[in-house]
Design a binder for this molecule. Structure first.
Ligand code: GUN
Length: 279
């Protein structure tokens, strides 16, 4: 039977460590504040934003909430970001994505000061990661590294196959696994022989965004499987990009959905916020 990689437990452990660290920094007179900006009222975004604010409260940093109307112009949003860039009390700035269509996402990401870019989306942060320099790292892939390390999964020398090439998960995930001395293959929806490539993986990270896409035929026996997908059916039941029941008996360790990768994103956002306090 596979070992279940418990993201709920590991994220709680990380948040406890951060709470302790924030208390120590407070004793030295260092405080933290995260500015969270949401444009419009997309219900999924509202849930994420609420959870981010709750996590700030838990670890002991302030969250400044900016709930802007759907009609907010790009110029208005850029003005707010510039004001927050200049505000010494604000260590981190996060604009919840997606933004409405009339606003250019890349322009917004670029406007956030790299020193406050706790999402790790700024081109400077991504560039730093690419060449092995210090900078903020995208939260979901950083969380996956923590899941593997804290579950004693050896990474060095292993063949890691990633399905998905997004800027938020696939690409930074590949760079982080490379930094950990894995041999990395990035695949995507147009990869030929995808199954054969996946079958060669010691660690398979699935972020393709298709419900239960990976079944047992994609797997080498004993592989470690990380499922980044999250899909909700009509009965509100959650499932991932991996057919869990079919794959689990074959692998040595696997993340469940829910309770695997999901809880790690906010834990790593909090980690980046604490890092921003000491920059
Ligand atoms: N929308 C979905 N995931 C994320 C995230 O990690 N950060 C931000 N800012 N928006 C998101």
């Amino acid at each position: 039977m596979a070992k279940l990689i418990d993201g709920k437990h590991i994220s709680a452990e990380i948040k406890e460590e951060l709470k302790q660290k924030v208390a120590e920094l407070k004793a030295e007179g260092i405080t933290g504040a995260l500015a969270v900006i949401q444009v419009g009222d997309d219900p999924a975004s509202s849930v994420y934003v609420r959870n981010k604010k709750k996590a700030c409260e838990f670890i002991g940093i302030d969250s400044l909430s900016y709930e802007l109307s759907e009609e907010t112009t790009q110029e208005e949003l850029l003005e707010l970001i510039e004001k927050l860039n200049q505000d010494e009390k604000v260590n981190g700035i996060l604009v919840q994505l997606p933004v409405p269509k009339h606003i250019d996402e890349n322009t917004i990401i670029k406007a956030i000061s790299p020193s406050k870019d706790v999402d790790g989306f700024h081109p400077q942060s991504v560039g730093a990661l690419t060449i092995g320099q210090k900078g903020f790292v995208s939260c979901t892939p950083a969380g996956i590294i923590q899941l593997l390390k804290r579950s004693d999964v050896e990474i060095e020398g292993k063949h890691c196959v990633i399905i998905g090439r997004s800027n938020i998960v696939g690409k930074p995930m590949a760079l982080l696994m490379l930094r950990e001395n894995a041999t990395v293959t990035i695949t995507h929806s147009r990869t030929k022989n995808l199954k054969e490539i996946c079958k060669a993986a010691d660690i398979l990270i699935v972020a393709i965004g298709k419900k239960e896409f990976v079944d047992a035929s994609y797997l080498k026996e004993g592989a470690v499987v990380i499922d980044v997908g999250i899909h909700r059916d009509e009965n509100n039941k959650l499932s991932g990009d991996v057919k869990f029941d079919e794959v689990e008996p074959l692998c040595s360790a696997i993340t469940p959905v829910p309770g695997g990768v999901g809880p790690m994103t906010i834990a790593m956002l909090m980690n980046n916020c604490v890092e921003a306090m000491t920059k």
